[in-house]
Design a protein around this ligand. Structure first.
Ligand code: ADP
Length: 171
């Protein structure tokens, strides 16, 4: 589908309406892509995360919340919480699909046309990369089939392994 693109690089540098953060449920920031986004975007993002925390006590696994992009090129950051891989019998696959799906729904609700995703859960959270890539692509594909407003979804891969996996699956 030509509304899906793959690139390898740093998601904080992407010139899109929104980038997605692989956050944790505290919304207080962390390592990996979460740390990179807060470092590059500045304190405004963490401040808004704090306000969301005060209102709703963080973000559950598979759900998503939105803040501004602070100093990033992206106008928004959509923070979603992927599942921690726990062997595969803890509903991880469905929860990962929910993270992509709910991020896209929030994007549509905020008139976002272009959005970049990192490879959610495949870092510290340990989700097997091949299966995660299949779920990510399948979920985005299904969403785009029933939605016309999103113009482009970019899978922003960081490591070679994920880039190769995505390229193979999207062929
Ligand atoms: P999780 O806790 O969901 O596993 P991580 O941040 O540990 O989140 O990893 C998610 C993915 O983000 C990994 O594939 C990791 O390589 C990637 N990543 C780390 N830093 C960046 C970055 N600056 N831009 C894009 N992807 C990144």
């Amino acid at each position: 589908m030509n509304r899906i693109a793959i690139l390898q690089g740093d998601i904080t540098k992407q010139d899109v309406d929104a980038i997605v953060n692989a956050a944790n449920s505290s919304l207080l920031g962390g390592g990996g892509v979460d740390g990179a986004i807060h470092r590059a975007g500045g304190s405004q993002i963490l401040e808004e995360c704090g306000q969301i925390r005060n209102k709703q006590g963080g973000c559950k696994t598979g759900e998503a919340v939105i803040t501004s992009g602070g100093r990033l090129k992206a106008k928004y950051v959509i923070h979603t919480v992927g599942p921690v891989w726990n062997g595969g019998n803890k509903d991880e696959e469905q929860l990962l699909a929910n993270a992509y799906w709910n991020s896209l729904q929030l994007a549509v609700a905020n008139n976002i046309d272009t959005i970049a995703f990192p490879n959610i859960s495949t870092g510290i959270y340990g989700f097997p990369k091949g299966r995660a890539a299949e779920i990510a692509i399948d979920t985005v594909h299904r969403f785009l089939q029933q939605n016309e407003s999103i113009k482009e979804v970019i899978f922003c891969c960081f490591d070679e392994e994920n880039t190769t996996l995505y390229k193979k699956l999207l062929k």
